[in-house]
Design a protein around this ligand. Structure first.
Ligand SMILES: [Zn+2]
Ligand SMILES: [Zn+2]
Ligand SMILES: [Zn+2]
Length: 359
């Protein structure tokens, strides 16, 4: 592929270039968005990157094993909130006055927790690393892992923003010579919805009434939003809610003037059962959740709990929890220590999502 751009990314480069052109004060912008793009695409280890003996994940995993009770947090900053990226003038622009244009990221917690979870999932499972490119693109998965492994946290966020988000999903404006990107918002809008067809499902329905105005219908969804069911207040309420969405059932037809019975078929994944699923838990109150199951069946496939994202309403802030080798860790980009080891499973009271990986 070399350095050439596909249709998808070149469209984004043009968008970003136009941002750069509007930099005020009549300055000549020599570092264009394409330089950033080129940087994102650098293969392997950059020349200025010192050789690392361990990837970030290997360091985290080693510290989980060696972690003593006094030392509750991981020593290195991991995906800190926000980010500043300095665009260095490209080689072609050397003749012009050198100028640095900054990109400043704000309110990144709406993607940070999921980026952390994605990194852990991909690092732990070699099979998923081979599988996920068919959903998210080979180049994206390679860049993502390379940037995370080498702790390039601002760049990995820019990769997500430019490769996976639509421009209308975030606010961006120019302040002096800095492009400010604000990701304030809902993490399911900013992350889950942008996972391409990973979790796409389809369910067909048929009405028993021959004169029904919409006898056969299709319900296609890109995300998995489950709702608490009023029938099952006891037992495994999450499995019951997943079953309600996926399993065959019959209901009264809701078409106007139709008294037929509407039959819902088994909901299936449009592609294969994905390596991981994110259950959107925004509709749940903590009192509706007696416990969170470790094992879950989704469309007849077994899944195991990997982590969760948490939402604090007071701070309008997201954080995440996940497991490595059976040990729980809490991630929060705003803390001085971003990764904290937990002695016991976290209390999943302020759930935004539950993340399960395929068995
Ligand atoms: Zn490109
Ligand atoms: Zn009907
Ligand atoms: Zn936040």
């Amino acid at each position: 592929e070399g350095g050439s751009c596909g249709v998808r990314c070149s469209r984004r480069v043009i968008d970003a270039d136009m941002d750069a052109i509007t930099v005020p004060y009549g300055v000549t912008v020599v570092g264009t968005a394409c330089d950033v793009h080129y940087f994102l695409k650098q293969p392997g280890k950059g020349h200025c990157q010192p050789e690392r003996t361990k990837t970030l994940f290997e360091e985290i995993r080693a510290s989980v094993t060696n972690n003593s009770n006094e030392d509750r947090s991981f020593w290195r900053p991991v995906l800190p909130w926000g980010g500043v990226y300095t665009i260095k003038a490209g080689r072609k622009a050397m003749a012009c006055t050198p100028l640095y244009v900054r990109i400043t990221l704000k309110n990144t917690c709406s993607i940070d927790g999921f980026l952390m979870l994605l990194y852990v999932i991909l690092s732990e499972n070699e099979n998923f690393r081979r599988e996920l490119p068919s959903y998210l693109g080979k180049e994206f998965v390679e860049r993502f892992l390379y940037l995370m492994d080498s702790c390039k946290f601002t760049t990995v966020k820019l990769l997500w923003i430019w490769d996976k988000m639509e421009k209308c999903q975030y606010k961006s404006e120019i302040h002096k010579a800095s492009l400010e990107i604000d990701l304030f918002g809902n993490e399911h809008e900013n992350f889950t919805r942008n996972l391409e067809n990973l979790m796409s499902t389809i369910q067909e329905t048929f009405c028993s009434n021959g004169r029904c105005p919409a006898r056969s219908q299709e319900d296609q969804r890109k995300t998995i939003i489950i709702c608490p069911s009023h029938d099952s207040l006891l037992g495994d309420v999450i499995q019951a809610a997943v079953d309600e969405l996926f399993c065959p059932r019959t209901e009264l037809c809701e078409e106007l003037g139709c008294n037929g019975q509407r039959e819902f078929t088994q909901r299936i994944f449009c592609h294969d059962a994905p390596p991981f699923v994110i259950l959107n838990m925004e509709q749940w109150k903590s009192e509706e959740l007696p416990y969170v199951p470790y094992n879950l069946a989704v469309a007849k496939q077994r899944y195991t709990l990997e982590g969760a994202t948490l939402f604090s309403k007071e701070e309008h802030h997201y954080s995440a929890a996940f497991m490595i080798d059976g040990n729980w860790m809490h991630y929060d980009g705003l803390r001085t220590e971003n990764l904290v080891f937990l002695n016991k499973p976290p209390e999943l009271l302020l759930l935004s999502s539950l993340v399960y990986i395929r068995d």
